[in-house]
Design a protein around this ligand. Sequence first.
Ligand SMILES: Nc1ncnc2c1ncn2[C@@H]1O[C@H](COP(=O)(O)OP(=O)(O)OP(=O)(O)O)[C@@H](O)[C@H]1O
Ligand SMILES: [Mg+2]
Length: 430
Amino acid sequence: MARNPKVIIIDQDPSSRAETQRMLALSGFAVMGASGYGMEAMTLARETNPEVVVVALEEPIARSLQTVESVGDVLPEVPIIAYSSIGDPAYIRRAMQVGVKDYLVAPLQDEDLGRSINAALAQEERRQQRLTGEVEPQAYGTVVTVFGAKGGIGKTTIATNLATALVQKTGQSVALVDLDTRFGDVAILMDMPTDRSISDLALPDEEIDREAVQSCLYTHGTGVAILPSPIRPSEWHSIHPGHIEKLVSVLATTHDYVLLDTPGTFNDIVSRALEMCTILLLTATPDLASLKDTILALEMLRSWSFPTEKVKIVINHTNDAHGDARVDIRRVLGKEVFWSIPYDRNITQTTQLGMPIVAAKPKAKASQSFVELSYAIGGIRSQPKGMLERLGDRIPLLGKAQAEPETAAEGVPEPVSEASTTPAPEEWIK
Ligand SMILES: Nc1ncnc2c1ncn2[C@@H]1O[C@H](COP(=O)(O)OP(=O)(O)OP(=O)(O)O)[C@@H](O)[C@H]1O
Ligand SMILES: [Mg+2]
């Protein structure tokens, strides 16, 4: 991508035009010129041959849309980004139909505009590379990074159980990468050997290919493919963020999901794991110390302009005393809670056995929560019901008679908490 991409502005209003020009210049774009709607815009487009067109879509609507269409004819491969004071979805849809790539509703923020232009340019660059055969069109899996501002808050428990639930309940392929640069324990929690590890992939970029990555993967009995961390933390010295980027990209071409478990500390490997993710599960426990650190983590992400839609807050009740504290987590964090995992003493027991609770005790309340989380991540609204459950819906007593002995058999005396079955957002976490 060019260092100072060339941009033109089409805006009827001189003061708004000047303001947009100022924002673009501040964000490092080379503004080649500005015009109003109609012929003037076409002439500017032809003469300057920009890489991006930024257009204000205001009344008269028909005329502004006609201008977009005509500019699109003159510059068919150039992305058009619109901004407007009109937030009406029907109008936004109409703008998309005539060729607008992105539509920003006023008031315009300079970072939003910059981000939108850069995303459009990157997309166009990729499209060109595909056309010229420079890159192979590839399906990419979803990268989920499990991160938290502290140690011991259940990140590895979440990563291992989410991986298992995704494989076993949604039928997707999952690679779980242990990026704990201190004492990686995915292999211990899943009771796996660790002869080969990430350190075997500290290779020149071109040598980290599918074959090399495959040779370091272990397939667990649950079906999850695991890439363990090195046994000795000192081995991390040979691994740099470029290795992680390459191996995660390779795994994303062979697996539906790549889950990255991270340590309770921050370093350049973690930073790359955050940059690469599609979804960030920002994990915290519901105590004030963990929430305070999570606020700092959110501030750090904001300062990086990390896309907020990627950040999903997961509250994990690692301690049954957490049930005593009533904290308005949404208000403290200024963000909705995406998921809440209940305290479940079965987790400690199954951890000792080296099995994720989802596989070892599928009916335990934490397992239900992890399975529902896997549906939420996979975009599946709710678990498909079996025949007996469907019958149970129609004959209430049958449904009850099925459920009760099963729960008791798992030795989970507490009632299934609301949090274990009800997807967030939620306001109060108990
Ligand atoms: N929902 C839960 N209920 C009960 N115990 C839990 C729960 N979640 C995690 N634990 C327990 O909390 C402890 C810490 O969990 P885990 O190792 O997953 O945390 P972590 O964030 O990965 O820690 P580290 O940063 O040190 O790697 C473990 O003993 C685990 O069994
Ligand atoms: Mg861990």
